[in-house]
Write a protein that binds this ligand. Structure first.
Ligand SMILES: Nc1ncnc2c1ncn2[C@@H]1O[C@H](COP(=O)(O)OP(=O)(O)O)[C@@H](O)[C@H]1O
Ligand SMILES: [Mg+2]
Length: 361
């Protein structure tokens, strides 16, 4: 198992950085996902690690070995792309055998290895077919097999499931995670799909405009985003933001006054953004809940296991405010005016200028 370490990695195209002073370590056997919008530098990052691009500055290490100046074939990396990149005129067998032929493996050894990988991926019956005769899922499995056939030190995945239809995607996601764990191969997986990133990764890195904004286990990323940018990027819906001002030692939000946690002191008249998830807000009063005032329901989105309500609140910094109501709970209608409550914990405070989280510490 290999530890991948990136040290202050920068890649400039002209004067524009696609990847900017990026440092991170993927632990041996870890499945690390990187999530970022299109154009944020995800593919560039993988291409740098694979040796298909040279960094402008910075170093790449596999364990303690610097590989920054090694050619791709000397790095022993298995890469899986979005568009599979299978050879259309070759059979599945030939596609799987190709990386081994390049490395001058013996005929019998190739046969054995291809069959064992095909068995592992459940494509043994398909060895004689060409990629054109396979379903999307089967093709994806073969592409995975081709990355796997050499037992690489590292797996690099570049949005490998984005061309697979939604139902199959969930199944393949589970399969991929199981397979990676079984093989114990260190993996870096990039995607623009945050659901995929959160569900697959041991840890998740958020990459925006070439910069690594946060690297944390999925649950921490979700509950304690390091900044407003991450809070608004992660989660469906993203975290709600309310403008708050400190008045008489309380957080004044619209007409509501929320007591500050004991551990937190903030100067009078200072301004903050309070971030709260859609499922943390509630409609039911209980002793520990703090009233946030009355809100009007603007719209309602039914999703089977839950209903999402869009609410009008005078202090919202990201209109509208979103509230999640679990299935089976009483749920108001658009146009209704209802009281809203904030729990005593489970929310964050951000500094409005820099966007940095200041609470919880
Ligand atoms: N070969 C290239 N030449 C110039 N600019 C490039 C090249 N490859 C990528 N870029 C630019 O670098 C940025 C990051 O691209 P990319 O790594 O493909 O992002 P992602 O995979 O996250 O969509 C984009 O602004 C893109 O236009
Ligand atoms: Mg890309």
């Amino acid at each position: 198992m290999t530890r991948l370490r990136l040290q202050q990695l920068t890649k400039l195209y002209g004067t524009t950085p696609a990847v900017q002073e990026l440092s991170l370590t993927v632990e041996p056997g870890e499945f690390l996902t990187v999530v970022g919008p299109s154009g944020s530098g995800k593919s560039t990052l993988l291409r740098l690690i694979a040796g298909l691009e040279m960094p402008s500055t910075g170093e790449i290490f596999f364990d303690d070995q610097p590989v920054t100046h090694l050619p791709p074939q000397a790095r022993d990396v298995g890469m899986v792309f979005q568009n599979y990149a299978l050879y259309p005129h070759m059979t599945v067998f030939e596609n799987l055998a190709f990386p081994l032929r390049l490395r001058k493996w013996k005929r019998e050894a190739i046969r054995e290895r291809v069959h064992s990988v095909a068995r592992l991926l459940g494509v043994e019956d398909l060895l004689a077919r060409r990629p054109g005769e396979l379903s999307g899922g089967q093709r994806q499995r073969v592409a995975l097999g081709r990355a796997l056939v050499r037992s690489p030190r590292l797996f690099l995945f570049d949005e490998p499931l984005s061309n697979v239809d939604a139902q199959l995607r969930a199944a393949m996601r589970a399969e991929l995670a199981t397979l990676q764990r079984t093989l114990g191969i260190t993996a870096l997986y990039v995607t623009h799909d945050q659901t995929e990133a959160l569900s697959l990764g041991d840890r998740v890195a958020v990459l925006i405009a070439g910069q690594l904004l946060q690297l944390a286990p999925a649950a921490e990323l979700y509950t304690k985003p390091v900044s407003v940018t991450v809070a608004r990027f992660i989660g469906t819906p993203p975290m709600n933001l309310l403008t708050a001002t400190v008045r008489h030692g309380k957080l004044s939000i619209g007409s509501a006054a929320i007591p500050l946690p004991d551990s937190l002191w903030l100067p009078e008249d200072s301004h903050w953004l309070l971030g709260v998830r859609a499922e943390a807000l509630t409609l039911s009063a209980s002793e520990s809940m703090h009233p946030l005032g009355e809100v009007r329901v603007r719209a309602r989105e039914y999703a089977g296991h839950e209903v999402l309500l869009a609410l009008e609140h005078p202090a919202t910094a990201c209109s509208p405010l979103m509230l999640r109501v679990a299935a089976g709970q009483p749920c108001p209608q658009p146009g209704d005016v209802i009281p809203l409550f904030l729990p005593p914990q489970g929310w964050c405070l951000f500094e409005p200028e820099s966007g940095a989280r200041i609470f919880p510490p």
